[in-house]
Design a binder for this molecule. Structure first.
Ligand SMILES: [Zn+2]
Length: 294
């Protein structure tokens, strides 16, 4: 069976696309999810292969992506999470150090020049979710999207303002978050923030203290952007598996458990920040557990 491509979703009159920075092998499960076992991963292969995990004959690795969601409502052009970015010194993940990709011109080729973006939403302020918030201009970090409001959750912002560095940040607060605030382009918002009655936030703490979900509803259809509460669809089956990068592993597990129960057997699309193509899926009961059906 061939892995499927991502097809832009239509939620009522709103389109949801992806601008991809990377897609391919993910961290090995044992590193990403300390509670995982190879047997438990293998038990879920049937619904994950070949898109979310490669068959064992093809290396067997979990698959993931780095991408921004590109949401066009007719009135607004909204990005959700902005990948790793170019030219940024990163010491913890060598593949992310001084990255050079065509992501920004790829976005323009999708019909979205930087000037057209009206909102940038970050589910949280980890290094792989804020990178394209800024770009290098004459030796300084400048907001990439000159006409956008950048929406950061206040709790999340304050946490990283006081923590500054560490594995999850790797310098990104100073080069990809703070320059946006200093340019006067950021709104530090609470959990009840809404762009309009089509898109609104929801608290989903655990992965990070101010992690947010983003709800999208239009024309009787709905989607939930779940950020890194779920790094990989295998966590739909095992909500108890927090990642090594979760700030509060118990709270993160509780958020996932609540989310799979709420989405189970509904028509709402679940859109993780790193789910490999075809990316969009719906949560379905699967024996005593759950699966993401694409
Ligand atoms: Zn991430």
């Amino acid at each position: 069976m061939q892995a499927r491509q991502f097809k832009p979703l239509q939620i009522g009159s709103v389109s949801v696309d992806r601008c991809v920075e990377f897609e391919g092998d993910f961290f090995p499960p044992a590193r990403m999810f300390p509670l995982s076992t190879p047997e438990a991963v293998d038990a879920e292969r049937s619904w994950m292969e070949p898109h979310f995990i490669k068959p064992k004959s093809d290396g067997g690795r979990l698959q993931a992506g780095l991408f921004a969601y590109v949401i066009r409502t007719g009135k607004h052009v909204i990005l959700v999470d902005t990948c790793v970015g170019n030219d940024k010194p990163r010491q913890f993940t060598p593949a992310w150090n001084m990255k050079q990709t065509t992501w920004l011109s790829d976005l323009a080729a999708m019909g979205v020049p930087a000037e057209a973006v009206t909102h940038v939403l970050c589910t949280h302020l980890h290094v792989d979710h804020v990178g394209w918030n800024t770009r290098l201009e004459n030796g300084r970090w400048a907001p990439t999207f000159p006409n956008a409001r950048y929406i950061f959750h206040k709790t999340e912002y304050e946490y990283w303002e006081s923590t500054r560095d560490g594995v999850g940040s790797d310098g990104c607060f100073d080069d990809s978050v703070l320059p946006v605030v200093e340019a006067g382009k950021a709104d530090l918002v609470k959990s009840d923030y809404a762009i309009d009655d089509t898109m609104w936030l929801e608290p989903s703490p655990g992965h990070t203290p101010g992690h947010i979900f983003i709800n999208l509803k239009n024309g009787g259809q709905s989607a939930l952007f779940t950020g890194d509460s779920f790094h990989h669809p295998v966590q739909v089956a095992y909500p108890e598996w927090s990642s090594f990068a979760c700030t509060d592993k118990e709270q993160s597990a509780a958020t996932r458990q609540k989310t799979v129960e709420r989405l189970c057997d509904t028509d709402t699309y679940m859109l993780g920040a790193h789910f490999a193509a075809p990316t969009a899926g719906r949560v379905r009961r699967n024996g005593g557990r759950w699966k993401l059906e694409v």
